[in-house]
Design a protein around this ligand. Structure first.
Ligand code: PBG
Ligand code: ZN
Length: 327
């Protein structure tokens, strides 16, 4: 037998053949674009720590949506930044909340947009925690869950197509599912931030959402980066409580968790390429240290390879534009 029998390079020499035998790809239908809507804002404002991303007034929140739809992205996750913060996060609940108004505004201008809302109290509480505090200043799980279920119902009542709880309280998926069902919304899916780690990669987002905790950190409810068993437990709980889609967050540093999710759960898996991942690539490419487009596509492809069906990414519109140019 001639040496070597197997020459893997045979299949790599021709660009047409490489394309024929690809296993994974990224398409605009896999992407969800996060947008920030800010109460009482006069005009759009760049988010300093996230170059290319903006704060939008309610009246103009359709503008990034129109741009994304034109590029081929159809799904959005909406983050609200309210004017008033209170200890109970009351401004998250009304039918006049910044997110409820944004949903109605977008649905009016772009009915084809698929709207997901982030359900969490941290941008609405004056203490900046994702739930409510008890007298000792600890995050009170069950009271928080009730408030989160009310928040989810308010979003869906305003027209949200899906809700995505990101708070990491125990039992919130069951509570949200029950509340939605009891109000005739049994067909509205829940995408759960299931395996959400206490990560420093959220830094730029907390500037964007004004949601950094005033005192303490989120380690009492978000997962410890040195542990993987909780990921299985959290996903099992959320799935059994009725979550339709399980999310892993952050993205690139946690692809082992994405793979674990894919291999163990019979539902779509989402991954969040978070603000820190975004800003790091932006900073490096602005300096000419990496090629932005190549690095972004390679990162998203890695997430698809690990098993992500859906990717939440601030690059969504740019990526869809690049993909269009490729055809
Ligand atoms: C709110 C929330 C956060 C993110 C999404 N929803 C921040 C946090 O948990 O502190 C992070 C998104 C990002 O960094 O891009 N709970
Ligand atoms: Zn939160």
């Amino acid at each position: 037998m001639a040496f070597p029998v197997h020459r893997p390079r045979r299949l790599r020499n021709d660009a047409r053949l490489r394309k024929m035998i690809r296993q994974f790809s990224v398409g605009p239908q896999n992407l969800i674009y996060p947008i920030f809507v800010v109460e009482n804002l006069d005009q759009p404002k760049e988010i300093g720590a996230m170059p290319g991303q903006k704060h939008w007034p309610v009246e103009q929140i359709h503008e990034p949506v129109v741009e994304a739809l034109q590029a081929g992205v159809q799904a959005f996750i909406i983050f609200g930044v309210p004017q008033n913060k209170t200890s109970d996060g009351q401004s998250a609940l009304g039918d006049d909340s910044v997110v409820a108004r944004a949903i109605r505004h977008i649905k009016d201008k772009c009915p084809e947009a698929y709207l997901i809302t982030d359900v969490c109290l941290c941008a609405y509480t004056d203490h900046g925690h994702c739930g409510l505090l008890d007298e000792q200043g600890r995050v009170a799980n069950d009271a928080s869950v009730d408030q989160l279920a009310r928040m989810a119902l308010a979003h869906v009542s305003a027209g949200a197509d899906m809700v995505a709880p990101s708070d990491m309280m125990d039992g919130r998926i069951e509570a949200i599912r029950e509340t939605l069902d009891a109000n005739g919304f049994e067909d509205v899916p829940i995408m759960s931030y299931s395996a959400k780690y206490a990560s420093s990669y959220y830094g730029p987002f907390r500037e964007a959402a004004g949601s950094a905790p005033g005192k303490g950190d989120r380690k009492g409810y978000q997962m410890d980066p040195s542990v993987i068993r909780d990921a299985i437990l959290e996903m099992e709980l959320d799935f059994s409580e009725g979550a339709d889609i399980l999310m892993v967050k952050p993205g690139l540093p946690y692809l082992d968790v994405v793979k674990l999710a894919k291999d163990n759960f019979c539902c779509p898996i989402a991954v969040y390429q978070v603000s820190g991942e975004y800003s790091m690539i932006k900073a490096a490419s602005a300096n000419g240290w990496v090629d932005e487009r190549e690095v972004v596509m390679e990162s998203l492809l890695s997430m698809r390879r690990a098993g992500a069906d859906l990717i939440l990414t601030y690059f969504a519109v740019q990526v869809a534009g690049w993909l269009k140019g490729e055809k």
